[in-house]
Design a protein around this ligand. Structure first.
Ligand code: ASP
Length: 584
């Protein structure tokens, strides 16, 4: 037996017991007559001590110990004279009577403690050492608890957990596919799934009724803090349901996981249409923990001789409470901030509604106080508030204001961690016009059903057709999305046509789904949650990397095993692949 207890288990009630622990040496402090060793495992840290009663043999072994040695230690539990309130075992220590080195360790490249001295790159390279740190591991423990809660809820609701293949045919969902060459079929490729979308729909045709899977998905996209080339979804599909049934079931799931894992009750899941979200929050994933809503000032401010506003398609403002005292320097800095290419405003107009009731704005020349008072009224501003105004193309400026709103929310600390405000964004547009490609793309995916009342518009104003599609948003993060599916082959064929597929292309890409629909497809709908995002939200982290055991870096590389990597000539030959010289 390697151990009788874990390093997180011993308490005062164990005093006098002889125990054996096993773990990693975090630290040895040699004070001459006495030595202290912090022994760590997944469960905690226990202090081992030696003093004048300890045998010479034990002391000799102790001298050879280094950080991160794996040892087995036996001794008697005793009460500590100076207790450590910061750790669960801080009331006790172990008088060492025997010690056994199970595995020595090279000097680790960084200290394995919560406040480590290792930089990001080094910790990624030695991720297995980073994972030894309680701070990192606890995020993965949280993730495991969440997965368990998800499974338990969905099992109880009668969902069948079903694995779908990882080597599939390319299914366009908006991103690029990762592809895998087939050795046995020269010149042909599998794709890794961007999601199991078509398979889960086929499972509905197969009569599974309720399917789920916690599943790896792969998208070859540029990476950001909340994106990884491989990520995990909680993927679900249900038959004989309408949108409302899906929303209710997944509200239930979300509530359950919050309750089981964080002990938090989520009371409300308001619904907001996409158009309202864009108008009022400048985002299809609004953070509703705070107000600071967008106000359309277009009608109020045009025609007063200020050409920038007169020529703009949209003029919108947010009211920042209590910030009328912002200095020139702060306002200049904010103006530069909104002019960054990611945000894309040309400039920013401000209005200070001073505490004494007077106004000071950057457009005083065109708008006297009587006009500015109307802006204040429209935006609900009170003395002491600051209005920030952007103008330009409608959608672009709404989004820019939405980004500014979030930024001001951050600066004013209105986006409190640990407060969770979910909502459903519904009624997304079915299609999105791509000016470059001069064609429509499906906003969600090609299998999403239009709202029945909008179907007639498909022929005349396809851009106005709304979809039975929905997103779950929590604290400004898109946690999940899904839709009611088309289950009628004729409507599906029409969708492919609108999306620019010829019947032959549609047949080649999706023939098997269309064919399946000929054999009795039930009405069905589904959703997928981004599990990594949900986990990082629960953990209060900004990046999903910290809730993934072995993540990739921003360049999509695994720096620990140094992949992707070239393959041998023989492998290439076998796969019928030839490398083309890199273009410079
Ligand atoms: N397959 C979709 C996605 O990955 C989700 C869904 O429609 O169920 O976003």
């Amino acid at each position: 037996m390697y151990r009788t207890h874990t390093c997180g288990e011993l308490r005062l009630e164990h005093t006098g017991h002889t125990v054996t622990l096993a773990g990693w040496v975090q630290r040895v402090r040699d004070l001459g007559a006495m030595s202290f060793i912090d022994l760590r495992d997944r469960y905690g840290i226990t202090q081992l001590i030696t003093d004048e009663h300890t045998s010479g043999e034990v002391k000799a072994i102790l001298e050879t110990l280094g950080r991160e040695y794996v040892i087995q230690a036996t001794g008697k539990v005793r009460e500590r004279s100076s207790k450590n309130k910061n750790i669960s075992t801080g009331d006790v220590e172990i008088e060492l009577s025997a010690i056994n080195i199970l595995s020595p360790s090279a000097v680790p490249p960084f200290t394995i403690q919560d406040d480590t001295d290792g930089g990001d790159d080094l910790r990624m390279k030695y991720r297995y050492l980073d994972l030894r740190r309680g701070y990192v591991r606890k995020n993965l423990e949280l993730r495991a608890q969440m997965a368990h809660a998800v499974r338990s809820f969905l099992n109880n609701e009668g969902f069948i957990e079903t694995e779908t293949p990882v080597l599939i045919k390319s299914t366009p969902e908006g991103a690029r596919d990762f592809v895998v060459p087939s050795r046995m079929n020269p010149g042909e490729f599998y794709a890794l799934p961007q999601s199991p979308q078509i398979f889960k729909q086929l499972l509905m045709v197969a009569g599974f009724d309720k399917y789920f899977q916690i599943v790896k998905c792969f998208r070859d996209e540029d990476l950001r803090a909340d994106r990884q080339p491989e990520f995990t979804q909680i993927d679900c599909e249900m038959s004989f349901v309408e949108q409302e049934d899906v929303l209710c079931t997944f509200e239930g799931l979300t509530r359950y996981v919050f309750r089981e894992v964080l002990g938090q009750e989520i009371s409300d899941f308001p619904r907001m249409s996409y158009s309202e979200a864009m108008e009022r929050y400048g985002s299809d994933k609004p953070d509703i923990r705070f107000d600071m809503l967008l106000n359309d000032l277009s009608d109020l401010v045009r025609g007063k001789g200020f050409s920038i506003f007169d020529e703009a398609g949209y003029i919108g403002a947010i009211c920042v409470k209590g910030c009328s005292e912002y200095t020139r320097k702060q306002l200049d800095e904010l103006t530069e901030w909104v002019k960054r290419p990611q945000i894309g405003a040309r400039g920013m107009v401000y209005v200070k509604y001073n505490s004494d009731g007077s106004f000071k704005s950057s457009v005083d020349k065109f708008y006297p106080a009587t006009e500015l008072a109307k802006w204040a009224q429209k935006t609900g501003a009170e003395p002491g508030d600051l209005l920030l105004v952007l103008s330009g193309e409608r959608k672009k400026m709404q989004e820019a204001l939405g980004t500014l709103r979030n930024e001001m929310g951050n600066r004013l600390e209105l986006r409190k961690k640990g407060t969770f405000s979910p909502l459903w964004v519904v009624d997304f547009p079915l299609l999105e016009w791509d000016a470059e490609a001069q064609r429509y793309f499906a906003m969600h995916h090609p299998f999403t059903s239009p709202k029945p009342e909008d179907i007639l518009l498909l022929d005349t104003r396809p851009g106005d057709v709304r979809a039975n599609a929905y997103d779950l948003v929590i604290n400004g993060v898109e946690i999940g999305g899904g839709s009611v599916r088309i289950f009628d082959s004729a409507l599906q064929a029409k969708m492919f046509d609108i999306l620019g597929f010829t019947p032959a292309q549609a047949e080649a890409q999706f023939g098997f789904l269309m064919n399946a629909f000929k054999y009795g497809a039930p009405p069905h709908a589904g959703i997928a949650f981004g599990f990594d995002r949900l986990a990082s939200l629960f953990a209060g982290l900004d990046s999903i990397r910290d809730v993934i055991a072995f993540p990739k870096n921003n360049a999509g590389r695994d720096v620990m095993n140094d992949s992707p990597a070239p393959i041998s000539r023989e492998q290439l030959d076998e796969l019928n692949l030839r490398l083309v010289e890199k273009r410079s």
